[in-house]
Ligand binder design. Sequence first.
Ligand code: S5P
Length: 283
Amino acid sequence: MSSKSHLSYATRATNHTNPLTKRLFSIAEEKKTNVTISADVTTSAELLDLADRLGPYIAVLKTHIDILDDLTASTLSSLQDLAERHNFLIFEDRKFIDIGNTVQKQYHGGALRISQWAHIVNCAVLPGEGIVEALAQVAAAEDFPHGSGGGSGRERERGLLILAEMTSKGSLATGTYTERSVEYARRYKGFVMGFVSTRALSEIAPEGREEGEDFVVFTTGVNLASKGDKLGQQYQTPQSAVGRGADFIIAGRGIYKADDPVEAVKAYREAGWEAYLERVGGK
Ligand code: S5P
């Protein structure tokens, strides 16, 4: 039995209890897109240009904010404005992986203040369950402007994806590591939206599966034209990713390195949406 969802984004948006996941599904439904652009460019100008031009066609924009050469506070406020204008979520691909005390500071403080501008972050569970608990605590803290203690409405929406598998050749994120990822997601489901993985995962730990469980699957390593790169990246197509359970496809170089990134994002959007309709039986 497969645990990939056969429900529409609209139905999942209605049924879900996590406000950010609800919003994510609503965006997908409204904009008819399940594309996440991995905007791995190295200047603020390129990042903001991509966010503005591709914004109408994406559900999520994924950053590696530490690879920008010229990051300033104004880069982040412009990015937030573009996210509002084009109605997409920001996912900082920080891959937290440390003891709880350290990741709390990395998430909420430092020069990057990730919790202030990123709707979604991700973590690896190599350190154990404590990393998830620590990040969840930050988002729920009374003094957190976006936490349940302060702010209101959209400001409160923050979520975590667990990096349960990786696309790179020889990845060690398999077996017990991946099973534990599912278990921790269940324990913190108010904050954990789902996984970065190559397939739907709920079925790999069936005994703890709850009725109505609905984790979001983001699948990276998606490319329409290439099978991989020289550094171990392994690609699959949008159709194959969605067929395996991806709710959102993440594509980087396939889009931003294309001669015309706008045409490229439209092609990924169409391929991802067709595959989604096929999966939910909507065509
Ligand atoms: O397993 C993974 C997880 C991630 S988040 N494999 C990945 O490639 N990623 C990220 O997805 C990676 O850090 C990069 O930002 C993006 C893939 O980029 P592309 O240019 O290969 O599409």
